[in-house]
Design a protein around this ligand. Structure first.
Ligand code: FAD
Ligand code: DLZ
Ligand code: SF4
Length: 517
């Protein structure tokens, strides 16, 4: 039976389900299509990374004697168009594809069979530790969905960091040890950056022509684009950064975009690295005494815990998940999210490095750009689109729950027990940003006060009815109860003036807009 196997840009793994029973006579299809690069206007570096990784991957298959049909940008506008043309050309008996990472694409994929006139088999994407059924069973009958319990279930099931049925150490979680600020004399390791080869250089030129008006710069491009270089990057992380990853996992520093983070998410998400091998390498580093448990457990929890859990939430809750706006957030996204031109040093650092590297680490995403969006009440659709655009690792399955749920609480607490709202004090504790900022992090209001302080209290006042019954933030409302009405009014007035200036006026609520239409 002749099979056409369609491998998407984030499925660049020789062991992907769609290639598993590859037989002589089969054809493997790949396609650069404009729709995928423009359904949101992805960061230039993200497009360049993916196109270059795709070209290398398919060239590798061809070099191994596999029959490849690789269609470069310009021939087809969409996946469906590329597949239809390839089916007409190769006349296969069937098409095989692995399930995509986005609801949008799955909906389209379900219509491919009718469009191309041959059976289309959509296989589970089993690069993950858990499948959809595992997560559904975990979620069934639970009042609260918490990452920690799913993580423990996966630890037990896989035996990762386990001994005789118990967690090694013997705790499940070493997070309390992982919240240190960066010591003043810390020597941050040089990170592996792979300079563009000829393929990447060609793709960068293409991107600069075809997508010149997209966000971001390609000047500092340094992503590995082959499996061999991805494995080098993994080695480099395990040897040079993992041992300190835990201690200062939440720290931030001016001019240091990477610190001890893995920089592996674009590679894992695109298929160049397998989550299982990344976790196995980290565990081996602990077992061999090359990295401490707090670092290794902390790192493995990100992949075996958070990554799996986030994916579970996405597929369990979509498509309704994306439509909620639990805190009635209605401000437009400020323009400095695109320019990095703001006096807020923390925001300028996080956004500036995102423009330059298509990367910011977790705490910058959560507690700087995410926290601002939460406190300012940025419209969910706008902030979500920003996150989907700007990071080289962003696909909706992982971006959406992180933004809609974890950072902005727009889902009303599907899996977070409270909004991750923080004032400037948190950023000051975890970084040197505030020392380098024109605003005063100690000042709560008035000219020159840190906007995060003003917005934090404004957020708490504005959401009092929604949040005051929440056990995890009840204490804040006790403080608020002691605040004089005059001070509350000052905070509301100053915050509104600030938000009107940097974001623009409140937009019409979605339900009112719908009613008017
Ligand atoms: P490290 O900090 O070194 O962590 C190791 C690995 O753990 C990562 O490579 C990643 O595979 C995994 N991981 C860690 N945290 C998460 C998480 N919360 N969800 C899923 N995987 C996780 N990650 C993405 O891959 N794509 C996204 O689009 C994305 N958007 C995010 C948006 C927001 C608002 C937040 C708060 C987090 C987001 N994350 C996203 C999760 C996380 O920030 C990134 O995975 C991480 O910063 C990638 O950098 P790293 O490889 O250096 O990770
Ligand atoms: C992100 C992306 C981009 C920019 N371009 C392509 C492409 O041209 N061809 C392709 O196969 N995949 C691309 N991707 C990744 C897809 O958007 C991704 O496969 C879907 O969103 C499903 O996760
Ligand atoms: Fe950010 Fe406020 Fe610190 Fe400035 S003072 S860096 S705005 S937290």
């Amino acid at each position: 039976m002749k099979t056409l196997r369609f491998v998407l840009g984030d499925q660049l793994d020789r062991e992907i389900a769609s290639l598993r029973d590859l037989a002589p006579g089969d054809v493997v299809l790949g396609a650069e299509v404009r729709e995928e690069a423009t359904y949101v206007r992805h960061h230039k570096q993200k497009i360049a990374f993916l196109f270059s990784a795709m070209r290398h991957f398919f060239a590798g298959l061809a070099a191994d004697g596999i029959s490849v049909d690789y269609r470069r940008l310009g021939r087809h506008a969409s996946f469906r168009e590329a597949l239809t043309a390839a089916v007409a050309e190769h006349r296969p008996d069937r098409v095989v594809v692995a399930e995509p990472g986005e609801w949008r694409v799955l909906q389209d994929m379900r219509g491919w069979e009718a469009a191309v006139g041959v059976p289309v088999e959509i296989r589970d994407d089993d690069r993950f530790f858990a499948d959809h059924g595992d997560f559904r069973r975990f979620a069934e009958g639970r009042k609260e969905l918490r990452m920690e319990f799913f993580y423990r279930e996966l630890r037990r099931r896989t035996g990762i960091l386990m001994e005789d049925g118990n967690p090694v150490g013997p705790r499940w979680n070493y997070d309390p040890e992982n919240r240190k600020a960066l010591p003043k004399d810390a020597r941050v390791p040089q990170r592996l950056r792979v300079p563009p080869d000829a393929v990447t250089a060609e793709v960068i030129a293409l991107v600069e022509t075809e997508f010149h008006d997209h966000f971001g710069s390609t000047d500092a491009f340094g992503w590995p684009v082959t499996r061999a270089d991805a494995l080098r990057a993994l080695d480099h992380f395990i040897d040079d950064a993992l041992p300190r990853f835990g201690d200062v996992q939440d720290a931030m520093k001016v001019g240091e975009p990477f610190l001890y983070h893995a920089l592996l998410s674009p590679l894992i998400n695109a298929g160049l690295l397998r989550p299982r091998e990344v976790v196995a390498r980290a565990e081996a580093a602990f077992r061999d005494g090359r990295a401490p448990l707090n670092a290794v457990e902390g790192f493995i929890r990100q992949i075996l815990g958070w990554r799996e859990f986030i994916r579970g939430i996405y597929w369990l809750k979509m498509p309704d998940y994306a439509a909620t706006n639990a805190l009635d957030a209605r401000r437009p996204l400020p323009s400095f999210y695109w320019t990095a031109e703001t006096d807020m040093r923390c925001m300028a650092e996080a956004i500036g490095q995102t423009r330059d590297h298509a990367y910011a680490h977790h705490i910058q995403r959560l507690m700087v750009t995410g926290n601002f969006a939460l406190l300012a009440g940025i419209r969910p659709a706008e902030i979500e689109e920003w996150y989907l655009i700007v990071f080289a690792d962003a696909y909706e399955w992982v971006e959406l729950p992180n933004v809609h749920g974890m950072a902005t609480f727009a889902d009303g607490g599907v899996f977070a027990s409270k909004p991750y709202a923080a004032s400037g004090a948190y950023i000051d504790r975890m970084s040197d940003y505030c020392r380098n900022c024109r605003y005063d992090v100690k000042a709560k209001e008035g000219e020159g006060a840190c906007p995060f302080n003003l917005l934090y209290w404004n957020f708490m006042i504005g959401n009092e009815e929604r949040l005051k019954e929440n056990r995890r933030i009840g204490m804040i409302y006790k403080t608020l109860d002691r605040m004089s009405p005059e001070r509350r009014a000052t905070i509301r007035r100053e915050a509104t003036a600030f938000l009107d200036r940097v974001c623009g006026p409140l937009t019409v609520p979605d339900d009112a807009r719908a009613a008017a239409e």
